[in-house]
Ligand binder design. Structure first.
Ligand code: CMC
Length: 392
């Protein structure tokens, strides 16, 4: 019969050519379209990064204004979506709500579903980038029992998101520009990461010709798992569970125990075997935000820093090349801003949407593109005859 390469977890299989994102796991490097992540996090801003990922080049001033206008024109969601939200229980996890409402976008926006029409593709992309913050904020408000807050289009992307999450109609909420900057940086650091599990899911879903909203909903579903995007929630909850520095050794011991399924959440990465460059930027950002908010001696941060110090010196973690990843520090910033842990993964999802779309578009315009269809090594029963139930 046919002979197949066996590669569980795809540790050595390239599924596509891509011009979007480059990772060097040994050197700890990450570039979007050739630009190092550190430079983009410091000097650029999220919507400019979105333009770069989608179009391949940094925008001129005029192109940037035009792109921002197109995004802000699409930040509102169809009013009927409000009713759709009301079908969910208030105590649903916001990721559960998000998978549902993003999937439902194909039912609300069927004038942009034709993937063979470049105009449809463009409108669907803009809609997704523009509406994901609105939908994530609505999931947050809904869970808190507060009224939905409409987008405010004179605010930048990150400020608008904070406004939709934290503004309450009876009060005059003002977005702190420094927190908006930290939020924007979190978006930028999560914007793309080449062929990770959720991106590969989006590509695989898209390879059958499925519409973009359905594909992004598939990506969100995959991202939710604790080994992937769900790790940011799990990491902060782990730090809170550890609680105090003196309890760290107990958890380190558990993480090393082969018979204990416990892992240090926010540690390790399939590709980064030196350090995660996103974690470096995130750590600096966490210090800045806590400083700014006057949060001193934050117990969780103390636990995080001490855990990192101990793990980096521990033979187990050193030999397995396990370092803090992006999710280790992002939760500290998000909780300082005021988000509950259940919102961490929805924020990852909205940040990654542009990466998913850029990869989906690249795939559709690739002449090599065909439906993704892995094979298997069959290890089941040999051919056999059916036995009636009274003879079994
Ligand atoms: N704590 C303790 N041991 C670990 C950890 C950890 N966090 N991560 C890996 N190991 C061990 C693992 O037990 C295995 O040991 P052995 O070789 O003795 O069996 C070895 O290190 C290699 O691990 P693996 O699971 O084969 O590696 P992988 O490349 O399949 O997994 C990973 C990568 C990120 C899923 C894994 O490191 C992990 O589960 N980390 C915790 C969850 C996490 O933080 N995920 C976020 C990843 S970055 C952002 C994102 O993708 O969303």
């Amino acid at each position: 019969g046919d002979v197949f390469t066996y590669d569980p977890g795809f540790t050595s299989t390239a599924s596509c050519d891509s011009e979007i994102t480059f990772i060097d796991g040994d050197k700890g490097e990450l570039w979007y379209r050739g630009y190092p992540i550190e430079q983009l996090a410091e000097k650029s801003h999220y919507l400019e990064v979105c333009y770069l990922l989608l179009h391949g080049e940094l925008p001129s001033e005029e192109q940037m204004v035009d792109f921002e206008n197109r995004i802000t024109r699409h930040t509102m969601v169809h009013e009927q979506m409000h009713y759709f939200f009301r079908g969910f229980r208030r105590d649903s996890h916001p990721m559960a709500t998000l998978v549902g409402v993003v999937g439902a976008m194909s039912a609300f926006y069927h004038d942009s579903l034709d993937i063979n029409d470049p105009h449809h593709r463009e409108v669907a992309s803009i809609r997704l980038i523009a509406k994901l913050p609105t939908l994530a904020a609505m999931a947050f408000k809904y869970a808190m029992g507060q009224p939905f807050v409409y987008p405010k289009n004179d605010l930048d992307y990150a400020s608008n998101f904070l406004h939709m999450c934290f503004s309450v109609p009876a009060e005059n909420y003002k977005v702190d520009p420094a927190l908006a900057r930290a939020m924007d940086r979190i978006f930028t650091l999560h914007a793309d990461h080449e062929q990770n599990a959720s991106t590969s899911t989006v590509r695989l879903a898209g390879s059958s010709g499925a519409n973009p909203f359905a594909c992004i909903a598939a990506g969100i579903a995959c991202l939710w798992g604790p080994a992937h995007g769900g790790a940011n929630q799990a990491a902060l909850e782990m730090l809170q569970e550890i609680g105090t520095v003196d309890r760290i050794p107990e958890y380190i011991k558990r993480a090393k125990d082969k018979d204990d399924p416990f892992r240090l959440m926010g540690f390790g990465h399939r590709v980064y075997k030196n350090f995660d460059p996103r974690a470096k930027v995130m750590k600096e950002s966490a210090d800045e935000v806590l400083d700014l908010l006057g949060i001193e001696n934050n117990e969780t941060l103390k636990v995080a820093k001490e855990l990192e110090r101990i793990a980096l010196e521990d033979e187990y973690f050193v030999s397995k090349k396990l370092y803090p990843n992006v999710d280790f520090y992002s939760g500290i910033i998000l909780s300082a801003i005021g988000f509950p842990t259940s919102m961490f993964t929805p924020i990852f999802a909205l940040s990654r949407t542009v990466g998913w779309i850029s990869q989906w578009k690249e795939m559709l315009s690739d002449p090599q593109n065909k439906i993704g269809r892995p094979r298997q090594l069959y290890v089941g029963s040999d051919k056999r005859d059916y036995v009636p139930v009274d003879k079994r």
